[in-house]
Design a protein. Structure first.
Length: 645
């Protein structure tokens, strides 16, 4: 981005509107000389600026009505600059905003050298460019009319037509397409507009081409020699560029054409993208269209594309979303100098220690030991002296690509649907409220993507109105086949209704839900906690690491024997990283009388079961972590934390 930094005795900022102008003139010291609202009239503007001609520069924002101001300044010999609208929007923000303030800010930006420059398009080519842009809008509206014809065919279950509606004969055939006169009248209106557009567009394209041949015939001929660039694309590129000499480098031209990905960075961190709308959208469309057309039937172009793809980093072939990038960033910094350090002092002797800080990311296996212990202690304090059941809702193989591409939308649906199914099944028995804990697991034993929910259900119901506990059966909760059928139907319906999700064509008719008794519940909680906060693969299960491969072990689910799996390093990393959960997604949730805001109800249940609850009173409170001095074995305290700047 270039900024205007020429010095003048006076600076004029104009807040431009279709019918009025707000003019502000300041001097070299920043003092306001004139601040006045006038009509959008050349004579009125001349009256204000006539005494300053030769000593002033005029700046306006790039809005739709800047043409006449630019031409008038050129005619009167007044220096004129055009401000980039999007950059100026970011620069002159504030709590108060009106025409008077905006005109003053524009003048101040000019005086301070912070006025972002836009290209003042030449007057001779300006009308041709606008006509070409208008032609593009008409063509797109014509495409909408053709799409309406295709949709109408589908509405009345008619076969898809193979007619090319560019031809007048094809449009005539559609005038007898429908028996219903009202529907046919709707199609006739589309055909009438397409007939008119075809006639007008042919004349407009011929007219613009003649203008281009008269202005820049050599440039037009050169563009037409590029494979994939036809008449319209050549005209678009020619008139949207204007003067190619205004670009200092190929990189700046590519940026102006929106062919470079935007990136926002600060302090070594990437904060996504911004400024995606800065640049020329018409050039982006033209070059994108040319690239697609160039690949059609062009073996040389396809071979070149393949060479580019092989030369690019292999990591770019994978879909690394922001959640995965954050996890990689955290793991690479964990317990390193980049993360910072904590300083500890012994309470009894002068011994001190400096320990690198952990990243605290939930995907990091080194940082979640404490979190897993806390979760297990909280769940253990909620255990009741009753039989527990484990219900497992599994997502079929055919929907795993959907889970990989849209985890932020699909995983909450799994929680919502499974919880409602259990509540509905319990409501049919009319014995009270159910209490259960849902935990999301995303991997199989081989660490492939395998989303499923483990739900630990207390084998009993609580009727809050009667303050009565209904003890359930020890070996039966719900019918697993009935759960599976309802699970399939409701998940498919939820996916269909979600605006960001869509189903594949091949959905299995049989889904799997497992429901079994697991005893007192504590062993199951310990099993769930191991996979909840301590990473996908423990370090002890990684057998061997070489330059190219990684070997890890896993326990086979059928034989219960240890097996090994070897993968290339990059595939191993992507196998692990596909299990990174979206930021903010809670993977363990409590429902019913175990939910967080039902502590009073849970206390009532525990009071009812007090004689049996004596077995659970041995639960010790959660101890605070301590650091022991290696010299005197006394406790140490943290006296400071330092982080790199």
């Amino acid at each position: 981005m270039n900024f205007y930094n020429n010095a003048h005795p006076y600076y004029c900022g104009i807040n431009l509107h279709a019918r009025i102008l707000y003019v502000c003139i300041i001097d070299l010291q920043g003092e306001i000389v004139l601040h006045q609202k006038i009509a959008a009239d050349k004579e009125a503007l001349l009256t204000l600026l006539e005494s300053y001609i030769g000593n002033i520069v005029v700046g306006v924002e790039c809005m739709h009505c800047w043409y006449w101001v630019s031409d008038w300044c050129h005619e009167k010999g007044i220096d004129f600059v055009l401000g980039h609208a999007l950059y100026m929007k970011a620069i002159h923000g504030g709590k108060a905003k009106n025409d008077k303030i905006d005109s003053f800010k524009i003048a101040c930006l000019l005086r301070g050298g912070n006025f972002p420059l836009a290209y003042t398009y030449p007057k001779a080519m300006r009308a041709d460019r606008d006509l070409l842009r208008r032609r593009t809008k008409i063509v797109r509206h014509g495409a909408m009319l053709k799409a309406h014809v295709a949709n109408t065919n589908s509405q009345y279950n008619l076969p898809a037509t193979e007619l090319n509606l560019k031809n007048i004969s094809a449009r005539q055939q559609l005038r007898q397409q429908f028996d219903d006169p009202i529907v046919q009248r709707n199609i006739d209106m589309d055909m009438a507009l397409l007939d008119f557009y075809a006639k007008e567009l042919a004349q407009v394209e011929w007219f613009i081409e003649q203008q281009a041949k008269a202005m820049q015939p050599a440039h037009l001929s050169i563009l037409r020699t590029v494979p994939g660039i036809g008449k319209i694309l050549a005209l678009t590129i020619l008139f949207e560029i204007g003067d190619i000499e205004r670009f200092e480098s190929v990189q700046k031209f590519a940026s102006y054409s929106r062919l470079i990905k935007c990136k926002a960075e600060s302090a070594g961190k990437t904060y996504g993208t911004q400024g995606n709308k800065i640049g020329n959208s018409h050039l982006k469309w033209a070059f994108s269209e040319a690239a697609v057309l160039n690949l059609r039937g062009n073996d040389k172009a396809r071979a070149y594309l393949n060479r580019l793809q092989k030369r690019m980093s292999k990591g770019q072939q994978y879909n690394l979303n922001n959640d995965v990038r954050r996890a990689i960033h955290a793991l690479l910094r964990c317990q390193t100098e980049q993360q910072g350090s904590s300083k500890w002092q012994c309470r009894h002797c002068p011994h001190q220690e400096v320990t690198p800080l952990s990243c605290g990311h939930r995907f990091c296996p080194q940082c979640q030991q404490r979190t897993a212990s806390q979760w297990l202690w909280r769940q253990q304090s909620k255990l009741l002296p009753t039989t527990y059941f484990m219900v497992t809702f599994t997502l079929p193989y055919e929907l795993r690509p959907l889970a990989a591409s849209h985890p932020r939308h699909l995983y909450p649906l799994m929680f919502k649907v499974s919880a409602q199914i259990l509540k509905d099944f319990a409501a049919k028995q009319n014995q009270g409220e159910l209490g259960f804990t849902s935990v999301l697991h995303t991997h199989s034993r081989q660490r492939n993507l395998h989303p499923h929910l483990h739900i630990l259900v207390a084998g009993g119901r609580y009727d809050a109105s009667k303050k009565h506990w209904h003890k359930g059966k020890k070996d039966y909760l719900f019918n697993a086949f009935a759960l599976a059928n309802v699970w399939r139907a409701r998940m498919l319906d939820a996916i269909n209704q979600h605006p960001s999700l869509s189903l594949t064509n091949h959905i299995p008719a049989k889904w799997i839900v497992d429901c079994r008794a697991v005893g007192e519940g504590l062993p199951t909680l310990k099993y769930l906690s191991r996979y909840l906060y301590r990473g996908v693969l423990p370090d002890k299960d990684i057998i061997n690491i070489t330059k190219d491969n990684v070997t890890f072990r896993y326990r086979d689910g059928q034989t219960n024997h240890w097996k090994q799996r070897t993968l290339p390093t990059l595939k191993f990393l992507m196998l692990m990283l596909q299990h990174v959960l979206p930021k903010g997604l809670q993977r363990a949730r409590d429902y019913g009388f175990l939910r967080g805001n039902a502590k009073a109800i849970l206390h009532q249940i525990q009071c009812l079961l007090l004689p049996l609850l004596q077995l659970l009173l041995g639960i010790e409170p959660m101890s605070q972590p301590t650091r022991t001095c290696p010299c005197c074995q006394h406790s140490m305290q943290c006296i400071g934390i330092s982080r790199p700047r």
